[in-house]
Design a binder for this molecule. Structure first.
Ligand code: UCC
Ligand code: FAD
Length: 635
């Protein structure tokens, strides 16, 4: 007879959960291109096929394949743990008590190593590689970054601001020097460095807007830029030996995230109003260098983004160059904002992708009531729902990315891809990008926070712990904390809603009729191509579009009501755009999983279908689909 006498566990005996195996996010090769399930993060295979021609699929496929493996190596994982746990600190004084103007900020090796990996992998430079003309460079860049961002431990923060700064400077590379002699040469060199993938030469940039008086509303900026007299403006060199700009800047910046950067773009007041400046962080001093009129007052103590050196800064005589028109600084810097906002949305889905990867791994490894979690119907239903939301969010974010690439390279660059039909001309690409950028920033960032919370719950108690062991691969608490800030920096959700209001009212954008004359016709055009396969779903989206148009007609000329309705506008535009993108994608090849995801998205997000939640559903068939959606068709 079997002996059923219970045996007690101890710290070294008894049950130990087997470590869940997080799989490489993307796997390239013929199998991955032809099947939606040869890769752990199945939606990536669809995005690649949708937005890139074969040569682009091959290039980015290789880059993502390699990155998906690199981020699981102990070396990179340990850098990430170090960057998270050995936080930056200040050395404000020298041994004998003088102000340390040379190297007051200390960051750890892990942080530096991760920055180097990002630069060398092309997380910024790939978007500026002019030799790539046959496909959308932004799609390449953001797909690559999607496989890196979750592990980069916020080193992507300076990278995204660098991207924005490079984009802004690129708009001024034809400008005359005017009354700022030497500026063009300096800008060209800064641009070369911002877009370099050579670790020895590459620069990163900060972006300083926020002050104590306000980050959303920067009109109260107290930083002042003064034009120097001719003699004074010729003095001094930046760390490269180039002239320092003819403006001297004094004030106090309340948040600076990329404090270890090489330069920054900032806002300061001149006699003509808020203006944008380019400022190198360091200048020549004797045989070495020192900070360029910048003192790090203190580092912020934050809930997350632990490795990121976010500081308060005092500026006294920081020298810089005026960029663009005096008094038009907000308009100038909005070039950066619009790029970093897309990166914020895309970064949020990258964090979320890691959350889901860990959830999949845990579901395959953990048993409850004697069976693996993947055999549990309720669990799979829940996680399939989370996967549907993730597919929706990433689809919307990458449509924005495609539009950005089209703005930079022209819509012709989409030729030969299924998505060419989604973006008929340059004007539509420009206007849709302007409307959707704040929507993506707000809605995807918020959805990501909710998604990662669910992923934490998926793991039970261990999901709530700061798991630094095993390379921190199961540390969902870290990515949760890091994702929360995405709803705040680069403009809060309300500020994004406000920006949508700005777009709706701006007569320079589609004559002030963007919803009526651009967005609605675009939605209807895409619905047309899906209506045969998805008549019920298309009708539901059309109904929601009608509700949006009615709302816009009521609020557009009534500023308080427009303000009141900001979050409704965000939600309407988000779900309508996402639904048409999912329906379009599913119509292309009738992929079983893609079709179910599109249907479920419309059912729960567009129609908010409560009947099905009341049990009016073929649950046994749906349960089979749940597993395919969440864990892949091959599992
Ligand atoms: O948070 C920050 C960095 C953190 C790290 C980020 C890393 C991200 C990566 C994530 C992955 C890890 S930096 C600080 C970010 N701060 C913000 O985002 C500020 C939020 N506040 C706003 O966006 C406000 O709406 C303001 C500041 C833009 C409002 O300023 P104004 O002056 O009151 O705005 P106006 O008067 O409406 O607009 C001034 C001009 C107009 O053009 P003109 O002069 O031609 O009439 C507007 O059309 O600016 C234009 N404009 C824009 N143009 C305003 N916003 C935009 C826009 N988004 N795009 C194009
Ligand atoms: P406020 O603007 O005071 O907002 C308070 C509340 O008012 C919010 O709920 C907001 O939504 C609401 N509100 C504001 N305007 C409106 C409106 N028009 N309609 C409705 N509600 C509104 N800034 C930089 O410049 N550079 C950086 O590198 C940087 N790094 C950061 C790093 C971290 C970790 C954090 C947390 C912030 C960073 N910031 C940086 C600052 C960030 O951009 C601001 O915190 C943000 O823009 C909000 O500004 P605020 O903190 O002044 O809040």
């Amino acid at each position: 007879m079997a002996d059923h006498t219970p045996v007690s566990s101890s710290s070294t005996t008894g049950f130990f959960q087997q470590l869940p195996k997080v799989l490489p996010q993307y796997t390239s090769g013929a199998a991955a291109i032809n099947s939606s399930q040869a890769t752990d993060d199945a939606v990536l295979t669809r995005l690649i096929k949708q937005y890139l021609p074969p040569i682009g699929q091959k290039d980015v496929g290789k880059a993502m394949h390699d990155m998906s493996r690199l981020v699981l190596t102990p070396e990179i994982l340990n850098h990430a743990v170090e960057a998270e746990t050995v936080t930056p600190y200040l050395r404000p004084l020298t041994t004998f008590g003088e102000i340390n103007e040379n190297d007051p900020l200390v960051t750890c090796q892990g942080w530096k190593a991760l920055k180097a990996v990002g630069i060398q992998s092309g997380v910024v430079s790939s978007a500026y590689d002019g030799s790539i003309t046959s496909y959308n460079r932004r799609i390449y860049q953001f797909l690559l970054n999607h496989t890196w961002h979750h592990t980069s431990t916020l080193t992507m923060c300076p990278m995204t601001m660098t991207d924005g700064a490079a984009s802004l400077i690129s708009k001024h590379l034809q400008d005359e020097d005017g009354d700022q002699p030497g500026r063009l040469t300096v800008l060209k060199e800064y641009y070369r460095r911002l877009t370099s993938d050579n670790q020895a030469q590459a620069w990163t940039s900060g972006q300083w807007m926020t002050e104590r008086s306000g980050g959303s509303d920067v009109r109260g900026t107290e930083t002042i830029a003064t034009r120097l007299s001719l003699g004074a403006s010729q003095e001094g060199q930046d760390c490269l030996g180039q002239p320092l700009g003819p403006w001297s800047i004094d004030g106090f910046k309340w948040f600076s995230s990329a404090t270890d950067s090489d330069m920054t773009m900032l806002l300061a007041q001149t006699s003509k109003g808020l203006s944008a400046f380019v400022v190198p962080m360091r200048c020549k001093a004797g045989d070495g260098t020192r900070l360029n009129g910048i003192r790090i007052s203190r580092l912020k103590n934050k809930m997350g983004t632990k490795g990121l050196p976010t500081a308060e800064l005092e500026l006294k005589g920081a020298r810089g160059w005026l960029l663009g028109q005096e008094g038009k600084g907000v308009r100038e810097i909005s070039t950066i904002l619009n790029i970093t906002r897309l990166h914020t949305g895309a970064g949020s889905v990258s964090y979320w992708s890691r959350g889901l990867a860990v959830s999949r791994a845990y579901t395959k490894a953990r048993k409850v009531r004697g069976a693996y979690l993947y055999e549990n119907l309720q669990h799979n239903y829940w996680m399939a729902g989370e996967t549907v939301k993730y597919w929706g969010a990433i689809s919307l974010a990458f449509f924005g990315v495609a539009l950005l690439g089209c703005n930079e390279q022209g819509v012709g660059v989409m030729g030969g891809t299924p998505s060419a039909a989604l973006i008929p001309n340059d004007e539509i690409a420009r206007d849709l990008l302007r409307l959707l950028t704040p929507v993506i920033k707000a809605q995807v960032s918020m959805a990501g926070v909710a998604g990662i919370r669910a992923n934490m719950e998926c793991l039970g108690g261990v999901g709530y712990c700061e798991n630094q062991e095993d390379g921190g691969i199961l540390n969902l608490a870290k990515i949760f904390r890091d994702s929360v800030v995405q709803t705040i920096w680069e403009g809060t959700v309300s500020v994004m809603a406000d920006d949508v209001g700005r777009v709706l009212r701006d007569k320079r954008i589609a004559n002030g009729r963007i919803t009526e004359d651009v967005f609605a016709p675009w939605v209807e055009m895409v619905l047309n191509s899906s209506s045969q396969k998805f008549p019920t779903e298309c009708a539901a989206v059309q109904k929601r579009l009608d509700a949006l148009l009615l709302l816009v007609s009521r609020v557009k000329t009534n500023p308080p009501q427009l303000e009141y309705s900001g979050r409704w506008l965000l939600a309407h535009i988000e779900v309508i755009a996402t639904a048409v993108l999912l329906l379009y994608d599913a119509s292309i090849d009738n992929d079983e999983v893609a079709c179910h995801i599109a249907r479920r998205y419309v059912s729960f997000k567009v129609s908010e279908d409560t009947l099905k939640q009341g049990g009016d559903i073929d649950w046994a068939t749906e349960a089979i689909m749940d597993r395919k959606i969440f864990l892949g068709v091959d599992f």
